[in-house]
Design a protein around this ligand. Structure first.
Ligand SMILES: [Mg+2]
Length: 260
């Protein structure tokens, strides 16, 4: 498949362009070539903890050309989905279990309460990865949802890779709150098709004309396929489970293969 025939690209970060401090082979060269060809694209990540500015800075440190406006995170998507679903509640209180990336994404359009600042009646509870979470924060989130606040989550990732090993991901916190409340959250990140649709809308294209590139069949590829986009998988130890939903249109071993 030739990415040049598409109208826009959604590019996963972790495991696709870099792994820890290691840049994947061909990654910088490929990003340079898509910029050279004026191909619309977004750095597209489930990681909810960083602001777009921080993501762009991190990419620049690794040698990638990146501006904050090139970045679309699950936190930004959560804010966009809240605005779309509750246009009458803009400016109202949202209780956040999440780090700077989620708090900042919501702060433009809502009154954000997090950590030890607790509102009396938020209309929504937004949950992402929060590595400083306490039992009190979880207690507030659970109580607000039981009182009727809408329950939104950035992503369902069970685990994440950190420099020294595996850690519980956002989805593990989300699951705790879902179990306690008995309420199913509205999830906005991969593998939900909505994360593809809303990112494509940002690029001004239809998902059918987009190409999703990622290393995780269960999240990147599933999201792309559900939305009707084309998909390329960078082969890794994240094995395909054999289901049709996670089978990419093309599997490559390295981004260098996209340069020719
Ligand atoms: Mg990845």
């Amino acid at each position: 498949m030739d990415w040049r025939t598409k109208k826009g690209l959604l590019i996963d970060l972790d495991g696709t362009l870099f792994r820890g401090k290691t840049v994947m082979s061909g990654a910088r060269e490929w990003i340079s070539s898509i910029i050279q060809e004026n191909m619309p694209f977004l750095y597209w990540t489930n990681n909810s903890t960083r602001t777009p500015k921080a993501v762009a800075y991190h990419l620049q440190e690794l040698g990638f050309p990146a501006k904050p406006s090139d970045v679309y995170t699950s936190s930004m998507a959560l804010s966009d989905v809240l605005i779309a679903n509750h246009p009458d509640q803009m400016g109202d209180a949202v209780y956040v279990v999440g780090e700077e990336g989620l708090q900042a994404a919501l702060a433009n359009d809502f009154r954000v309460y997090a950590r030890d600042k607790t509102p009396t009646s938020p209309f929504a509870v937004a949950v992402g990865l929060d590595r400083q979470v306490s039992y009190d924060h979880l207690r507030y989130a659970v109580r607000f949802i039981l009182q009727g606040a809408k329950f939104y989550a950035t992503n369902p990732d069970r685990l994440l890779w950190e420099n020294d090993g595996l850690s519980p991901g956002a989805g593990s916190l989300v699951t705790l709150i879902a179990f306690a409340t008995g309420v199913t959250p509205i999830i906005v990140g991969k593998p939900e098709a909505s994360f593809v649709h809303i990112a494509c809308k940002k690029m001004g294209i239809d998902a059918l004309d987009a190409l999703v590139i990622g290393d995780n069949p269960l999240t990147d590829i599933a999201a792309g396929k559900r939305a009707g986009a084309s998909t390329v998988l960078i082969a890794s130890e994240l094995q395909q489970d054999g289901s049709e939903e996670t089978k990419a249109d093309q599997v490559i071993l390295s981004l260098s293969e996209l340069l020719s």
